[in-house]
Structure formats: structure tokens, C-alpha cells
Write a protein that binds this ligand. Structure first.
Ligand code: ADP
Ligand code: MG
Length: 495
């Protein structure tokens, strides 16, 4: 009897031990299984985001085809290939005091530029930067333009006597407006549609210079808009002012776009008189490029579906600053939901759209500390995730790397398309080839080093060593504002 009891107890103990061991084992298996599932998601993401050389060449080819179609006819392509009315890029002779207003993303900038004329360069430039209140991006047209005009008036009111213009002469402004605009002259154009989180329906189809001029009048600000330019066109103009080999400009900021110098004869839809120079700057609006060759994932599709402009700006949604962090967030959310990547509960902050911004993503990506403390602090501050293993943080950096690499490599493919369109992507035998310089600007390009480094390496990979020697990428810092002021100068009403 006693024996039996003992046996039973032993058995019970053994069973209990076995049960306990089983629980631990199952927990471990579950944990490993979850980790395995998380790794599966990352691996799948990496595969879907793959951009091997051959694929990038297909992307570039497809973009060249669309460039031709967009130049041939209005509405002929997803690429609008807008005529900028800029047929004379700055020569260096521009002189005088001009203003610029740069609107088109997170902030807007007001600039005053003193141009010194031939060999004088830029004598002086001052600027003010103001964030755009998010509610104005989707509010009333007047509210947005009144806000801008008021800031401009403030900027002018604060200037000293030395900036006074000769009597009877109005201040002149170059307006950089970085949304798709159907230009009707150098200083007028109607808004085609909004991008980058802006949505003010009543402005679509309206002349944006008229709207700005009205708002300036409401602010009692005497100023004349002498040029309306896209930021890519401004950057091209600003770049050309300092480097005569600049032939294209690319913006990588909140959004993305590019402009380049086209032969006027190559623009069948151009109905104006052939420009004197035989050249015309084309604003590609490349953010709206789309192709079956683009490596899209479920995260891109859901981001697009939830956006203010579904189906539009697909290229932009893969490569620009407004979206990269959000793609990473969506991937991490899936890992949290399907693989308990951050523990049993899904961090609630991780469910908030756009909470993980691209600057935070790049800070994590650039974290060189051995214990990835920047990643840990970003997770804590932004997502309220307090404890993660080093292994987990490494995976997060990898996710950032996958998304940034895809974006920058696709941007490089776009640059190759422009070079090909200009006939500058092949080495011409026996010829000393002129340098082709691409002016780049935008917060993403400027601050996300892993991104810009990858873009430049990819360009070399796609062009080959020989051609790469003839292509140079330069950072045209704040070129779009200066470029707009230069174009206001060369299109001054007093000339
Ligand atoms: P915009 O495009 O709004 O005219 P910018 O050219 O200054 O203005 O670009 C701002 C954008 O650049 C931000 O929205 C952000 O996406 C990106 N950006 C800014 N700083 C960083 C950073 N440190 N790392 C990565 N991206 C950045
Ligand atoms: Mg900008």
C-alpha cells in the first residue's frame, strides 16, 4: 500500500516533471517557431523587394518607353513629361535682388537672393523656413495661400534698407511649386493634381500663380510672380548656374521627381514656337511612374490603398521620404501580429499609420553602436517598446536596409533612364565625352547616407565603369529656391 503510494507519488512527480519539461520545450519551440516565422516574413520581404541588375535595367527601359510616350502626346503616359517653359537656363549674367518661395512638402522656404551678374555669383542669400501646419494641407485654398503670403510678408517686413528696390519697381518672385502643374507660360500654370499628402480639391485645375497673387494682395504685399517652376526645374537651373555640365536634376525629399534638358524637336506635343535655344527643360513627374517590373509587396499595395491618391505616384511610394518609414512600420506590424515579434501583445503604437518617420528609420539604419542603442531608443520613444533583444534589433535594421536599398536602387534606375533618353548612357568610341552632371537635392538624399551611397553605387553598377566616369552626381543644396530666383531674374518683367 505504502509502496504503491510512493510509486504513485513518483509517477505523479515524474508526470509533473515531464509536463513541466514539456511546457518549457513547447514554449521554446513556440518561441523558436515564432522567431522562425518572423524570419520567414523578413526573407519573403527581401525576395519581393529584390532589385537585381537585370530587373533595374528593365525598369529603366520601361521608363524610357514612357518618356517617349509622355513627350508624344498629352496624356500619352503615366509620365506627364510637362513642358516647363524654361528654354534658357541661367548663364551667370543674372543680376539684382530676387525672391523665391519654395512650397511642396513638409516645409516651405522663403528666400532673398542677391545676384551679382557676370562673375559676381550669388552675393548674398537669406532664407526663412516654416513648417506647413498639417491641417492646411487638406483645408481651404485661401487658408493655405494666406498662411504662405503672410509668412512672405513677414520676411519682407523684416528686411533692412539695403534691400530697397529702385522707385517704381516691384519685388519679383520665383515660385517653386512642387506638384504636377500644366504650365501655360513661364509664370502661370494649373494644378493637375495633388501628391505627398496634400488634398485641396478646389485648387485642382486652378492657376496657382493667380491664387498666390490674390493672397499676396490680401496681405498688402506688393510682389510680382515672374516665374513658376517645379523644384526639379529650379534645382536644374540652380545647378547649371554653378556647373555648366548640369543636364538633369533629381529630388529625393518628401516626394521624388526629376527634370532634364530635352531637344525641342523631340517633343511632338510642344505646340509653341520652337524655343530659341532648341532646348526645353522637361519636368518628368516621375513619381507617377508605374511598371509591372516594379517590385511591389503586400505592404506597398496596402499603403497605396490607404493613401489619399490610390493608384497614383507608385514610384514615389517606393522610393521617397514620405513613405519609406511607413513601409517599414507595415512590415514590422505583420511580424508583430503573425510572429509575436515584440512579445505576446502587439504594441499599439505600431498600429498608428506614419508614426515611424523616414528620419527615424535612417537613424536606426545608421546605428553603429555595438548594442544598437539608437534602435532601442527609437523603439522606446516612438513605439513604446521597452525591451528588445539585440537579435531583434538587428532584424529591424535589416528591414530598414531592405526597404532603403530597394528605394535607392530604383531611383538609380530612373537616373539611368534619363541618361539613356539623353544618349549619355553609352561610351562613344573615339570621342572625348562631355561630362553629364546630375544635380540632386532633397532631405532624403541629403541625410540618408546609406540611401545616397547605395544610389551612387547602383549607378556605377548599371552604367559600367567607363560610362560612370563621364557621369557625376552633385548635391545642389537648396538649388530649387536659388534656381527659382534665377529664373525670376531671367524672366523679369523689367528686362
Ligand atoms: P520637401 O521634400 O518637403 O520639400 P526636404 O527636401 O527638406 O523637403 O525633404 C524633407 C524630407 O526628407 C522629409 O520629409 C523626410 O522624408 C526626408 N528626411 C529628412 N531628414 C531625413 C533623415 N535624417 N533621414 C532620412 N530622411 C530624411
Ligand atoms: Mg523641397
Amino acid at each position: 500500500m505504502e509502496k504503491k503510494v510512493v510509486v504513485t507519488v513518483v509517477c505523479v512527480a515524474a508526470v509533473a516533471g515531464a509536463v513541466a519539461a514539456g511546457v518549457v520545450l513547447r514554449k521554446k519551440m513556440k518561441k523558436d517557431g515564432k522567431w522562425g516565422r518572423a524570419m520567414e516574413i523578413v526573407k519573403e520581404l527581401e525576395e519581393k523587394c529584390g532589385t537585381p541588375t537585370a530587373k533595374l535595367k528593365q525598369v529603366a527601359d520601361a521608363m524610357v518607353v514612357e518618356m517617349h510616350a509622355g513627350l508624344a502626346s498629352q496624356g500619352g503616359s503615366k509620365l506627364k513629361m510637362l513642358i516647363s517653359y524654361v528654354d534658357n537656363l541661367p548663364t551667370g549674367h543674372e543680376s539684382g535682388l530676387y525672391y523665391a518661395l519654395d512650397l511642396g512638402g513638409t516645409n516651405f522656404r522663403v528666400l532673398r537672393v542677391h545676384l551679382g551678374g557676370l562673375n559676381g555669383g550669388i552675393v548674398n542669400q537669406e532664407f526663412a523656413e516654416v513648417p506647413i501646419p498639417p491641417e492646411l494641407m487638406t483645408g481651404a485654398a485661401d487658408a493655405l495661400f494666406d498662411y504662405i503670403a503672410a509668412e512672405l510678408a513677414k520676411f519682407v517686413a523684416q528686411e533692412g534698407q539695403e534691400h530697397e528696390l529702385p522707385p517704381g519697381r516691384k519685388r519679383e518672385l520665383g515660385f517653386t511649386f512642387s506638384f504636377p502643374v500644366n504650365q501655360t507660360s513661364i509664370a502661370s500654370g494649373t494644378l493637375v493634381r495633388w501628391t505627398k499628402g496634400f488634398s485641396i480639391d478646389e485648387l485642382v485645375g486652378q492657376d496657382v500663380v493667380t491664387e498666390l497673387s490674390r493672397a499676396m494682395k490680401r496681405q498688402n504685399l506688393e510682389m510680382h510672380v515672374s516665374a513658376l517652376v517645379n523644384d526639379t526645374v529650379g534645382t536644374l537651373a540652380g545647378g547649371r548656374y554653378t556647373n555648366k555640365d548640369v543636364a538633369a536634376a533629381v529630388i529625393l525629399g518628401t516626394g521624388t521627381n526629376a527634370a532634364y534638358v530635352e531637344r525641342a524637336q523631340a517633343i511632338p506635343k510642344w505646340h509653341g514656337a520652337l524655343p530659341k535655344s532648341g532646348e526645353m527643360v522637361i519636368n518628368m513627374e516621375w513619381g507617377n511612374f508605374k511598371s509591372s517590373h516594379l517590385p511591389l509587396t503586400e505592404f506597398d499595395n496596402s499603403l497605396d490603398g490607404d493613401s489619399l491618391n490610390p493608384g497614383e505616384q507608385i514610384f514615389e511610394k517606393l522610393i521617397s521620404g514620405m513613405y519609406l518609414g511607413e513601409i517599414v512600420r507595415r512590415a514590422l506590424l505583420k511580424m508583430a501580429e503573425e510572429a509575436s515579434f515584440f512579445g505576446e501583445t502587439v504594441p499599439s503604437k505600431l498600429k498608428v499609420p506614419f508614426i515611424l518617420r523616414t528620419p527615424d528609420m535612417s537613424a536606426m539604419h545608421h546605428d553603429t553602436s555595438s548594442d544598437l542603442k539608437v534602435v532601442a531608443s527609437k523603439l522606446k520613444d516612438i513605439l513604446e517598446i521597452t525591451s528588445t533583444s539585440l537579435k531583434t534589433r538587428k532584424v529591424i535594421v535589416e528591414v530598414c536596409n531592405i526597404i532603403a536599398t530597394r528605394g535607392s536602387r530604383l531611383a538609380a534606375a530612373g537616373v539611368v533612364a534619363i541618361l539613356r533618353k539623353m544618349g549619355k548612357d553609352v561610351a562613344k568610341e573615339g570621342e572625348v565625352q562631355q561630362k553629364t552632371v546630375i544635380a540632386m537635392d532633397g532631405g532624403l538624399y541629403e541625410h540618408y547616407n546609406e540611401y545616397s551611397k547605395c544610389l551612387e553605387n547602383t549607378l556605377t553598377e548599371l552604367l559600367g565603369e567607363e560610362v560612370s566616369k563621364t557621369v557625376e552626381v552633385i548635391h545642389a543644396n537648396d538649388g530649387s529656391g536659388i534656381g527659382a530666383a534665377l529664373l525670376a531674374a531671367s524672366h523679369s518683367q523689367y528686362l
